[in-house]
Design a protein around this ligand. Structure first.
Ligand code: PHE
Length: 343
């Protein structure tokens, strides 16, 4: 029995030396101490069969050896656990000198908002008020007030969304609907811009959308001339597309201006020589403008004999499409993140 015990201890010790991880240590422990079949457990059980003195002596010896083995076990368990933390510290080490990883952007401004903000800054720096008006508008402000009577063919020029069961309400078809509202509220002299959403009942395609943005401008004062209008518009397009940009005005009929013009600027991409963006014409059509019709001033309670003014309407959506080379207007209202994340 004595020999058996010292052999067990020796075997245990030499096996222990070979152990490199906690799992195999656990296995080894069970080999010797498991309740059912552990070698040491069996020895302890077999002590019962011994008699008297021998049982006492062997019992004491077995206990000393058992305690010693358990101590060895605990020690190597501690060492292995320490090693485990050390390797973890090594493998999970954080390199604080590493460059920052890219973080997904939380959100940003819509391209229309970017261009709108830029133009708001431009016009407010020249003393223009920044106004807005209702998108659901009365037929009066959208049409009659700006000199488009009920039976006027110009109503057909702008396909209108009418509101069911509400005879006198429409989704505004242009920001010109704010002209007379502003005149009534602030009177003359007046210098204001209105950026905003407008709506047209159109079959949509890459160049037409039911919802788009315009930027309206109005200047009313004594002795305002067509030259003042051209000057303001020129400053704006040079701000947008560079100092060498030229403006071309061609007569166009709008009921609320007289004379009225349709405005083109030299293509910012090809500088007038013709390219894909300007469809080889060298010019981009981006606004309508003109001297405010006396009937419109009257509707705004302003005396046309005392005051004159001009108005212009930029296709804000068109400016955005040209600036960023957007080929289909429908992207802008789509809410498609793949599109929006490019800005
Ligand atoms: N309201 C016109 C449109 O939507 C644009 C315009 C504004 C023209 C002001 C002249 C003066 O087409």
């Amino acid at each position: 029995m004595k020999d058996k015990l010292s052999k067990i201890k020796k075997d245990f010790e030499s096996s222990l030396k070979k152990i490199a991880d906690l799992d195999s240590l656990e296995e080894l422990y069970n080999e010797y101490f498991s309740r059912k079949a552990g070698e040491m457990t069996n020895i302890m059980k077999s002590l019962k069969e011994l008699s008297g003195e021998e049982r006492k002596e062997m019992g004491a010896l077995a206990n000393t050896i058992k305690t010693a083995m358990e101590e060895l076990f605990e020690n190597s368990k501690k060492t292995l656990e320490n090693n485990k933390w050390e390797t973890l510290l090594e493998t999970e080490k954080i390199d604080i000198t590493q460059a920052k990883l890219p973080v997904e952007r939380k959100g940003h401004l819509h391209p229309v908002t970017l261009v709108q903000n830029d133009l708001e800054d431009f016009f407010t720096s020249m003393g223009f008020m920044l106004l807005d008006g209702p998108e659901l508008e009365s037929e009066f402000y959208n049409f009659e007030a700006v000199n488009i009577p009920d039976d006027h063919p110009a109503r057909d020029m702008q396909d209108t969304f009418y509101i069911k069961n509400r005879d006198n309400l429409v989704m505004r078809t242009h920001t010109s609907s704010v002209q007379v509202r502003a005149m009534q509220k602030y009177g003359a002299p007046l210098r204001m811009i209105v950026p905003g959403k407008v709506f047209r009942n159109e079959a949509t395609d890459p160049r037409h959308e039911h919802t788009f943005h315009q930027l309206e401008g109005v200047v009313i004062d004594k002795n305002i001339t067509f030259g003042d209008m051209k000057g303001v518009i020129e400053r704006m397009v040079k701000h947008l597309y560079g100092e060498d940009t030229q403006v071309k005005l061609r007569p166009k009929f709008y009921p609320f201006v007289e004379p009225g013009v349709n405005g083109e600027v030299t293509c910012f991409l090809c500088k007038g020589s013709g390219c894909r963006v300007c469809k080889n014409t060298g010019w981009l059509e981006i606004f309508g403008a003109g001297m405010i019709h006396p009937n419109v001033l009257k509707a705004g309670n302003i005396d046309p004999k005392e005051y004159q003014g001009f108005a212009f309407g930029f296709g804000l959506t068109r400016l955005v499409m040209l600036k960023y080379g957007i080929e289909d207007i429908r992207h802008l209202e789509s809410g498609n993140l793949k599109f929006l994340q490019q800005f």
